[in-house]
Write a protein that binds this ligand. Structure first.
Ligand SMILES: CC(C)(COP(=O)(O)OP(=O)(O)OC[C@H]1O[C@@H](n2cnc3c(N)ncnc32)[C@H](O)[C@@H]1OP(=O)(O)O)[C@@H](O)C(=O)NCCC(=O)NCCS
Length: 158
């Protein structure tokens, strides 16, 4: 586990291109329920919509002064927040995924945005499953998302 301290800030409008680059990073694509690269114009419209949505929070994670990834929470029915994470390829393998998920989960629950958090992960995405388990999530059930059976993990309290 690295000793580098991670910091978190809300994404700004000018982070669009950074997030787009992470979203389309080739090794991560297979892990998404929509595994095709997202065109820039589609991403821009999506990002603008998410930035204006009061039920979404996008955090940029930095190590020192370097942005290393993003964690997003979309709050849905019953005040359940769905979490998404992507780390820059160069930032993986240091345990930062679990640390970032735990920190953002704690923030959004303490801020009163959500009562519980879930993650839906394709079964072959072992690094993501482990990262969420390390962040205090537990396996809840199997769930079909866009025709794909995935694990649903849940964290009730920080
Ligand atoms: C998910 C993600 C954020 C995790 O990043 P990370 O925290 O750096 O993950 P790591 O590489 O440290 O792996 C996490 C753990 O899983 C373990 N792991 C990874 N692949 C594994 C495998 N195939 N078998 C067994 N264990 C594995 C690692 O050893 C590590 O455990 P450790 O901390 O005890 O050493 C990162 O892989 C990512 O950005 N992936 C692309 C986007 C993505 O898939 N997002 C999630 C969509 S649900």
């Amino acid at each position: 586990m690295s000793k580098t301290k991670l910091t978190f800030r809300l994404a700004a409008d000018n982070d669009a291109r950074l997030l787009w680059r992470w979203r389309n990073e080739p090794s991560g694509l297979k892990n998404y329920f929509s595994p095709k690269p997202v065109p820039w114009a589609v991403h821009q419209a999506w990002f603008l919509r998410k930035q204006r949505d009061p039920r979404t929070r996008i955090f940029v994670v930095s190590a020192g002064t370097t942005p290393v990834g993003q964690v997003r929470v979309d709050v849905g029915d019953h005040r359940i927040g769905e979490m998404h994470i992507v780390l820059d390829k160069a930032a993986r393998g240091r345990g930062w995924g679990g640390e970032a998920i735990a920190a953002v989960a704690t923030r959004v629950v303490r801020a009163g945005l959500a009562d519980a958090l879930v993650a839906r992960i394709k079964p072959d995405n072992v690094a993501s499953v482990v990262a969420f388990l390390k962040a205090g999530f537990l396996l809840k059930k199997l769930k079909k998302v866009k025709g794909v059976i995935c694990y649903e993990l849940e964290r009730k309290r920080p």
